[in-house]
Design a protein around this ligand. Structure first.
Ligand code: 1CP
Length: 373
């Protein structure tokens, strides 16, 4: 039976939005821009509504999650909302003991280190996702023509937290496991791919117009390890929505795929099943485009729309320095068949929100497809 909260309508007016048009390689009416981590600690209105409420608890209150999702849209006039949630929310909904500790990030009560640990991971029951469907439904009702971007953590990035038990720098645990105990790795990454795919599907079915898979830490892998041990699992996550979204569906919701430090294997991110690829600050968009075009995938796709890549470090620079950088990014993006302007990674918490508003105004004022001068 159809779930009452499954309200996705392929004819929704978000199809004409600058974000969706750019991601489909169509000319947008203005340069679309949004920011990873645009909701959150940089906003005083966020700090106010979050007072006394834990991070994961706030994600599981639909009214509050919807309000926080809308805050940066109201303030900055960005071209999309990103659903306020976290990559570990599906873990919590499955019953995994996970907490988000202030100033630290995700922490697991019982890290996954052995075959027994991986085998004991509980399934994510579909009903548990109703709280997510309700938050998405409330959010899209307020957004009108502006798209909501759903998201999930990719299997490697999720597994990085699950093996280490907390944030780490080198991700030695999961990298050691994929070589030393490949069966346990496959079980863990397979579980993560399934909950990630379920989380994506719930958001798209409830009305998100696009979705992004965050493989934030994939840059700690070699291209070979990514291709062999990680890409198949990320492809499984995307496969959960491949009938309603992504490159194989005409007018399907665009699927973005992003990781930091992944410039050496952007084509592998594309070939996991993404419509468009996010780029960090380490290479220009023109160079990312050149690399993708030079490495067509099994489905024949080479160049695809790009997202990025304003260096968050420049958000605190004097305005003329930041302005010149933003103009360069927009100009560089014209190489690609479509460009959604974003940061190269998340908004740093100490960012002055007025700077973000000014960056959005600048990007919207620049001619479409022309960038700089
Ligand atoms: O109390 C708080 O405000 C905690 C900070 C916070 C916030 C605002 C965390 C803890 N998560 C979030 C929300 C969040 N997380 C969003 C939605 C809002 C938005 O983008 O506007 C999204 C998309 C995420 C996704 C997320 N969580 C990623 C992928 C994106 C990225 O930045 O690379 C990752 C890696 C996480 C894990 C996580 N959750 C929180 C923190 C501080 C971290 C990173 C920890 C680390 O450094 O490893």
């Amino acid at each position: 039976a159809e779930h009452p909260l499954r309200t996705a309508d392929p004819a929704r007016s978000t199809a004409r939005s600058p974000l969706v048009r750019a991601l489909r390689g169509q000319e947008p009416t203005r340069n679309p821009v949004w920011f990873m981590r645009q909701a959150g600690r940089s906003l005083p209105e966020y700090r106010r509504v979050r007072e006394g409420i834990g991070m994961l608890e706030s994600c599981l209150q639909p009214e509050l999650a919807a309000e926080i999702t809308l805050q940066p849209v109201r303030r900055h006039d960005v071209d999309a909302a990103i659903f306020f949630s976290d990559i570990v929310v599906p873990l919590r909904l499955a019953g995994v003991d996970v907490e988000i500790q202030p100033g630290v990030g995700p922490v697991l009560g019982r890290p996954v280190r052995t075959a027994e640990d991986a085998a004991a991971l509980p399934p994510l029951e579909d009903d548990a996702l109703d709280v997510i469907r309700e938050a998405v439904t409330r959010t899209v009702a307020e957004l009108g023509d502006r798209p909501l971007i759903g998201f999930a953590g990719a299997p490697f990035t999720l597994a990085a937290y699950m093996v280490e038990g907390r944030p780490s720098r080198d991700h030695m645990g999961p990298r050691r496991m994929m070589h030393g105990d490949p069966d346990t790795w496959a079980a863990l990454a397979g579980w993560a791919a399934t909950v990630s795919g379920q989380f994506l599907r719930a958001q798209l079915e409830a009305g998100a117009s696009a979705a992004q898979l965050f493989d934030s830490w994939a840059g700690s892998l070699s291209a070979e390890d990514y291709l062999r041990h990680v890409q198949p699992h990320s492809a499984t996550a995307f496969a959960h929505v491949a009938d309603i979204a992504g490159p194989a569906v005409a007018d399907g919701a665009p699927l973005l795929h992003f990781g930091t430090g992944t410039g050496e294997f952007l084509h592998h991110l594309r070939d996991a099943g993404a419509t468009a690829v996010g780029v960090d600050h380490r290479i220009t968009l023109a160079e990312a485009h050149r690399r993708l075009a030079a490495h067509p995938g099994p489905d024949g796709r080479g160049a695809v729309p790009l997202q990025g890549n304003i260096d968050p470090a420049l958000l605190g620079a004097p305005w003329p320095v930041l302005e010149a950088h933003v103009r360069d990014v927009v100009a560089s993006g014209t190489a690609a068949p479509g460009h959604v302007v974003n940061l190269a990674h998340g908004v740093p918490p100490e960012t002055d929100p007025e700077v973000l508003t000014r960056v959005v105004e600048l990007i919207h004022a620049l001619p479409v497809g022309e960038g700089g001068q």
